[in-house]
Ligand binder design. Structure first.
Ligand code: ATP
Ligand code: MG
Ligand code: MG
Ligand code: MG
Length: 438
C-alpha cells in the first residue's frame, strides 16, 4: 500500500477524551473513530489488525475441533424468555421492537440461540461432542463505556459453545478450549494468565478468565510470577488426547481475580518474592455451566441407555476488539505502538526520505514491487513530506520494521533497516535488506 493513497488519518495531538495509551494510539494512528459513546468505526488499518487477530483466533478454534457458524446480531426476545434471562439481563440489553410490535434485542451473547439451533438438530449421544462458535458483533449497554475498544458498547467477540453427553466429556471439551486459548494468546504475542473465576450458582471450578497484566486493567488480580515464564503448548498438541496434564500444570500455581481471591491461600502457596498483586485485562473467559440452558431450552438427547437427558454445555468467549487495546497496552513506547509481528498491519514500512529525488523514488518503487512480489506486506511512505514527519508517523503506527531509503545511502548502495521494538538500526545493501525481510 502506498501511503499517498491510503486512508490513514493520523493525529499529531493526543485526543483529550482518551485516558489510556491504547485508546490514544488507536485514535492517533487512524485505526478507529468513535461514532457515539462506546461505538466505533474501524478504519483501514484498524480493520486490518482486527482481521488478523480474528484469523488467529479462528485457526486455533478450528485446530481444537470447534466449527464456525454465524448467528445474527438481532435475536427474538422469545428465546430469552424461554431461558428466563430476558428479565434478568437488565439494562445492559439493548431491546428493540420491530414494526409488528415483536420484542427483539441486539445479542449480548448467544447461549439461547445456539442451544435452540443445537436442540432442533441433534437428538442422540452419537452426534456428540460438538462445539460451535462464531465471531460476531455484540451489544451491551455498559453503564460506563470507556477506554475505547476496551469497554465498548458494540464490540466484536468470539463465542464458542460446547455440547456433551456428561460432565466428564464436558470437562474434556473445556480443556480443549483452555489449551486453545493458551495457544491463541501466545500467537498474538501476549502472556495471558488463566485465573480462577467465579462460577456462581453453577459451582465447581470450571471457570477461568484469561487475563493480561496491565496497569490500566479493570480487574484486580493475584498470581504467581512463574506464570510469566511458562511455555505454552505447541502447535502439534494432540486435541484428541488427554489434555488434563496441561490444564493441571497451568492451574497448579496460584492465580485468581479479586472475586475469588483468598488471602490465606495466596500467601500460603506463593513465596513472598513471587507474589504479584496487580491489575489485569480480561481478554477471554471460559465457563462450564452444565444443564443451565439445555434444560429450559429443551436441548435433550438420547444417551446410550436410551434415556432422554439434557446436554452439558460450556461457553468460551474472547474479546476480539478488546484484544487490540490489550495488545497495545502490553506493547508500546512513548512514540507509539509496537505491533507483535503476527498481528502487525504491515510487516515493513518503506520510507522514501526524498520523494522528489528521481533515483530515490525509482529505488523505492523497485523495492516496493519486490516486497509485493515476495508477499511481504509493505506500507510505502511515498509522500512528499518531511523526513521528520515520516519517522514520527511510522513510529506511531508501529510496524515491526522500517526501511529507510535516502539519496546519500543509495550512492553507496545501502539502506537503513530499523527494528521498531529494539530500536536497532543497521545499514544493509538493498539485496541483503530484502532477503532479511523476505
Ligand atoms: P467484563 O468483566 O470486562 O465486563 P464480561 O465478564 O462481562 O467482561 P464475558 O461475558 O465473559 O464478559 O464475555 C467474553 C469476553 O468478551 C470478555 O472476556 C471480554 O474480553 C469481552 N468483552 C466483554 N464485554 C466487553 C465490552 N464491553 N467491550 C469489549 N469487550 C468486551
Ligand atoms: Mg461485563
Ligand atoms: Mg468479567
Ligand atoms: Mg467474563
Amino acid at each position: 500500500m502506498r501511503l499517498s493513497a491510503y486512508f490513514l488519518p493520523t493525529l499529531k495531538e493526543n485526543p483529550t477524551e482518551a485516558q489510556i495509551v491504547s485508546h490514544r494510539y488507536m485514535l492517533r494512528a487512524g485505526m478507529i473513530r468513535q461514532a457515539t459513546s462506546g461505538i466505533y468505526s474501524w478504519l483501514p488499518m484498524g480493520l486490518k489488525v482486527l482481521r488478523k487477530v480474528e484469523q488467529i483466533i479462528r485457526e486455533e478454534q478450528n485446530r481444537a475441533g470447534a466449527q464456525e457458524i454465524l448467528m445474527p446480531t438481532i435475536q427474538p426476545a422469545d428465546l430469552w424468555k424461554k431461558s428466563g434471562r430476558y428479565d434478568d439481563y437488565g439494562k445492559e440489553m439493548l431491546r428493540i421492537e420491530d414494526r409488528h410490535g415483536r420484542d427483539m434485542l441486539y445479542g449480548p451473547t448467544n447461549e439461547e440461540m445456539v442451544t435452540e439451533i443445537f436442540a432442533n438438530a441433534v437428538k442422540s449421544y452419537k452426534d456428540l461432542p460438538k462445539n460451535l462458535y462464531h465471531i460476531q458483533w455484540k451489544f451491551r449497554d455498559e453503564v460506563r463505556p470507556r477506554f475505547g475498544v476496551m469497554r465498548g458498547r458494540e464490540f466484536f467477540m468470539k463465542d464458542a459453545y460446547s455440547f456433551d453427553i456428561d460432565f466428564e466429556s464436558a470437562k474434556a471439551a473445556y480443556n480443549r478450549m483452555f489449551v486453545s486459548y493458551l495457544r491463541t494468546f501466545e500467537r498474538l504475542g501476549l502472556r495471558a494468565i488463566p485465573m480462577a473465576a467465579d462460577t456462581g450458582p453453577i459451582g465447581g471450578d470450571l471457570s477461568h478468565e484469561f487475563i493480561i497484566l496491565a496497569d490500566t486493567g479493570e480487574s484486580e488480580v493475584f498470581c504467581h510470577s512463574d506464570f510469566l515464564e511458562k511455555v505454552s503448548p505447541s502447535a502439534d498438541v494432540d486435541y484428541s488426547g488427554d489434555l488434563q496434564p496441561i490444564v493441571d500444570d497451568w492451574t497448579s500455581i496460584y492465580a485468581a481475580t479479586d472475586e475469588m481471591y483468598v488471602k490465606e491461600d495466596f500467601e500460603g502457596s506463593v513465596p513472598e518474592d513471587k507474589r504479584m498483586q496487580c491489575r489485569g485485562i480480561e481478554v477471554g473467559h471460559i465457563f462450564h455451566f452444565g444443564t443451565k440452558y439445555s434444560e429450559p431450552m429443551g436441548a435433550y438427547v438420547l444417551n446410550s441407555e436410551g434415556e432422554n437427558v439434557p446436554v452439558f454445555m460450556g461457553s468460551y468467549g474472547i474479546g476480539v476488539s478488546r484484544l487490540l487495546g490489550a495488545i497495545i497496552e502490553a506493547s508500546h513506547d512513548e512514540n507509539g505502538i509496537i505491533w507483535p509481528e503476527a498481528v502487525a498491519p504491515y510487516k515493513v514500512g518503506l520510507i522514501n526520505l526524498k520523494a522528489k529525488d528521481e533515483d530515490c523514488a525509482k529505488a523505492c518503487d523497485d523495492l516496493y514491487q519486490k516486497f509485493n512480489a515476495a508477499g511481504v506486506d509493505c506500507l510505502y511512505d511515498d509522500r512528499d513530506t518531511s523526513a521528520g514527519a515520516k519517522f514520527k508517523d511510522m513510529d506511531l503506527i508501529g510496524l515491526p520494521w522500517q526501511m529507510v531509503v535516502g539519496p546519500r545511502g543509495l550512492k553507496n548502495g545501502v539502506v537503513e533497516l530499523k527494528n521498531r521494538k529494539t530500536g536497532e538500526k543497521e545499514e544493509l545493501t538493498l539485496e541483503a535488506a530484502l532477503s532479511k525481510l523476505g
